[in-house]
Design a protein around this ligand. Structure first.
Ligand SMILES: Cc1cc2nc3c(=O)[nH]c(=O)nc-3n(C[C@H](O)[C@H](O)[C@H](O)COP(=O)(O)OP(=O)(O)OC[C@H]3O[C@@H](n4cnc5c(N)ncnc54)[C@H](O)[C@@H]3O)c2cc1C
Length: 424
């Protein structure tokens, strides 16, 4: 049974397993003509596992649990509906992590219907518009739009297993030692055996596990779009074609990336103070273009780059945050764990979604092996591997950002070439 989250209410559950009776105190302002204080009792099983966040990690975990016959979980998501999430860019899905999770979840064939192998091409250039090399066509790391990946996962998770509009406010522990979840809509959920924080970079679940909090990485991306129908689109599509193009110069970058619908996303990357974007009005397209065209940013870059700026629309800001490797060292906490960005957010390094899905696979597998009676053992085993993977991806993120924000692309090749398999 689903709980109507438009109520401002108090949900409390008794400890007993089976079919406990939940008492909901409803103080409703708009479902009924007059404010009333009402008490409704109905039957609902407290889920054994509460997954916070319906991002790639939370949804993959949900589908994997479902697939492994562990059906007693609920996903709680901040967004009001499946359509309210900002779509986000194209993601390359790697064989040993993201693809493996999709295979195990029985979703690989669906994924392949949308996967774009042509868009795995990667090209490197400089600020003057010179293309230095291109590689990676047909790599086994096909691209998929984030919205398409989310749809595949959402279609697989049974309706009713996701509670939309549930913003987790805090986790505490009840007298029984079990997590108690308080949501901003007033819902309080007690008695779950395990809360899984798949709630991204600013995880609320993380607070009961570690004091660690992401730190600003000193860099940010300003995203813009060139859609079909944009006067620059044809010229641009002819010039950039499939895949991703990275241009480097003067410690700034541009990343131009083709999306599933043929449109392009462009990320303008540069150093900023931490709260720089709070001072900008991203709706003021002309002002943003003017700023990017100024000498501090891309004023002396090639005309091709400046054309992108002159025509880009739909600006969006991404300030980059990361945990540190040392943060990934906590001792398992009874009844709570983290996966995906909640556990090891770092600057974009091409692994984030892949590791998030791999975490989901490792956690679901461990839960299936230990059974729901031994969730703490399952978590301890999962965290042993996850903490190592998390520290590694953070190290890789640090290295990547240091290699990309350099004076010239040849410095990037020197620093990052061996990792990318470049000979010179
Ligand atoms: C600009 C940019 C580009 C990137 N490009 C790539 C790429 O090319 N490849 C790649 O692999 N990775 C990329 N990443 C990283 C990738 O986006 C993340 O690693 C990935 O989304 C992590 O998945 P997740 O499910 O753990 O977290 P998220 O995707 O952040 O999902 C978290 C979910 O939890 C929900 N939530 C948050 N707080 C609460 C709350 N309090 N209560 C309830 N629900 C909550 C959110 O609404 C969301 O649905 C990029 C990141 C950025 C910023």
């Amino acid at each position: 049974m689903s709980v109507d989250c438009s109520f401002s209410g108090l949900l409390s559950t008794p400890r007993a397993e089976g079919s406990p009776c939940i008492k909901v105190v409803v103080h409703s302002g708009f479902q009924m003509p007059h404010p009333v204080l009402d008490t409704i009792a109905f039957s609902m099983s407290t889920p054994h596992i509460a997954i916070i966040g319906a991002g790639p990690c939370g949804l993959t975990l949900a589908q994997l649990l479902e697939h492994k016959g562990i059906a007693n979980y609920i996903v709680y998501e901040r967004d009001d509906s499946p359509n309210s999430n900002r779509a986000g860019g194209s993601l390359d899905i790697h064989p040993e992590t993201g693809q493996r999770a999709l295979r195990e979840a029985g979703l690989f064939d669906k994924f392949k219907e949308c996967a774009r192998y042509a868009d795995t091409a990667f090209a490197l250039g400089d600020k003057n518009g010179n293309r230095i090399f291109q590689m990676g066509e047909g790599r086994d790391a096909p691209e998929i739009d984030r919205a398409e990946l989310r749809k595949i996962l959402l279609d697989a998770v049974p309706e009713g297993k996701i509670r939309w509009g549930h913003i987790l406010k805090e986790v505490t522990f009840g007298d029984d030692g079990r997590p108690r979840l308080r949501f901003e809509n007033g819902t309080v959920l007690s008695g779950v055996r395990l809360v899984v924080g798949a709630d991204g970079a600013w995880s609320k679940v993380r607070r009961v596990i570690t004091k660690a909090t992401p730190q600003f990485a000193g860099k940010a991306y300003l995203e813009g779009r060139i859609r079909r129908g944009n006067p620059l689109y044809k010229t641009m599509a002819g010039k950039f074609g499939p895949g991703m193009y990275l241009a480097i110069g003067d410690k700034k970058i541009t990343i131009t990336q083709r999306q599933g619908d043929g449109s392009y996303r462009i990320y303008f990357g540069f150093q900023t103070p931490e709260h720089f974007f709070r001072t900008l009005d991203l709706q003021n397209v002309e002002a943003i273009r003017e700023m990017l065209l100024s000498s501090k940013y891309y004023g002396d870059w090639a005309e091709g780059t400046k054309d992108l700026i002159r025509h880009a629309t739909d600006f969006w800001a991404w300030s980059l945050y990361t945990l540190s490797k040392e943060d990934l060292s906590w001792k398992s906490v009874s009844g709570a764990t983290l996966c995906g960005d909640a556990a090891h957010v770092t600057v974009p390094n091409g692994e984030g979604v892949n590791l998030a899905m791999a975490d989901a696979l490792e956690l679901a597998t461990s839960i299936a092996q230990h059974g729901v009676e031994e969730l703490n053992e399952a978590v301890a085993e999962y965290e042993k591997g996850m903490l190592g993977r998390g520290a590694e991806t953070i190290a890789q993120g640090e290295m990547m950002i240091e290699a990309m924000f350099v004076e010239r692309p040849d410095i990037f090749v020197q620093k990052f070439g061996p990792i990318m398999g470049l000979n010179n």
